[in-house]
Ligand binder design. Structure first.
Ligand code: SAM
Length: 298
């Protein structure tokens, strides 16, 4: 479907897509057919930074090698369009409906964008998680920072499902120490780089599955942040988070159904939900992001 305009994405993405639609055939790059598992270009992923106004383009291809034709297309995107930070190629030769394959290669420019949340600058790569709506994300980060600074005096914070440690980094100014835990290595590597570049000394980044971390950790934390994917947390993860937390759990969720399920479980363990603040992270859709503040029965 040659859709020319999408109201929920930045306008410049429409221009990039149109350019690729026109230029790919001229470079000998064909579109992918899911039915026949044939053709070259499966998807185009575009990340856009509101802060730097740059775009990172990822060409997802049906091959484990980058052909001359794909290289040619990447070169044209980089040189003929404005505000392109870099062009990457993601190799996804499998018969699957997953968008991204396992390997991403930088072909032109740089492999990351810079985005701003609160007063901190973040590097965002092709495969690293970053909140999709920087305006609303900033409201959420400021909201949690304000809540913590008004209710705690320099607390120890555990930031789980941390991505590039965005919460950990933004909360570092109002916390004694932060431990950020994330299982995607590309994200923890980037987090360490951002922390070093910002001269932050009190954020520790751990590359681990959250359940494994919870199980083996013995330190206690004043505040635990849970920001899991849509499927929410396992009961074991919630039990272990409770065991490690002395003050509050702050649960950030993009799925009200799994949030309700997990809050019901926490209430059954004696917790009290103080309040839930929704945020319109996905305007023009029925999706909603929520922040729940949970106190623990000691
Ligand atoms: C909703 S995102 C939140 C990221 C981050 N808190 C932020 O605001 O940018 C969820 C993150 O959890 C990570 N993740 C998913 N399952 C995990 C697990 N079992 N253990 C640790 N991290 C996990 C994902 O890779 C992703 O980065």
């Amino acid at each position: 479907m040659n859709i020319k305009y999408c109201p929920i994405q930045p306008e410049y993405c429409d221009r990039i897509i149109e350019f690729i639609r026109e230029t790919a055939p001229k470079c000998g790059v064909s579109g992918y057919s899911e039915k026949h598992n044939s053709g070259d270009l499966r998807h185009v992923v575009i990340r856009t930074s509101d802060y730097s106004k740059e775009n990172l383009v990822v060409l997802v291809i049906n091959s484990d090698k980058i052909s001359e034709n794909i290289n040619g297309l990447a070169g044209k995107i980089y040189s003929e369009l404005n505000n392109i930070a870099g062009v990457c190629v993601n190799l996804n030769p499998k018969k699957t409906n997953l968008i991204l394959g396992e390997k991403t290669v930088l072909v032109k420019g740089k492999s990351y964008l810079e985005e701003k949340l609160t007063d901190k600058i973040f590097k965002v790569g092709a495969e690293t998680f970053f909140q999709v709506n920087p305006y609303t994300a900033n409201n959420i980060f400021e909201f949690i920072k304000k809540y913590i600074s008004e209710n705690f005096d320099s607390p120890s914070v555990l930031d789980t499902y941390a991505g590039i440690a965005a919460f950990g980094i933004c909360l570092s100014d109002v916390s004694k120490s932060v431990v950020s835990v994330e299982d995607v290595k590309a994200s923890t590597d980037l987090a360490k780089q951002i922390i070093e570049e910002n001269g932050i000394k009190n954020v520790e980044v751990i590359n681990s599955d959250a359940d494994k971390f919870f199980k083996n950790e013995t330190r206690k934390f004043d505040v635990t942040l849970l920001d899991p994917p849509r499927k929410g947390c396992s009961e074991t993860a919630l039990d272990n988070a409770l065991k490690l937390t002395t003050g509050k759990i702050i649960y950030v969720s993009c799925n009200p159904a799994t949030l309700a399920r997990d809050l019901k479980y926490l209430i059954s363990k004696g917790c009290k939900v103080e309040f839930i603040q929704p945020f319109d992270m996905f305007p023009h859709t029925y999706h909603i992001e929520s922040v729940a503040i949970i106190s623990i029965q000691q």
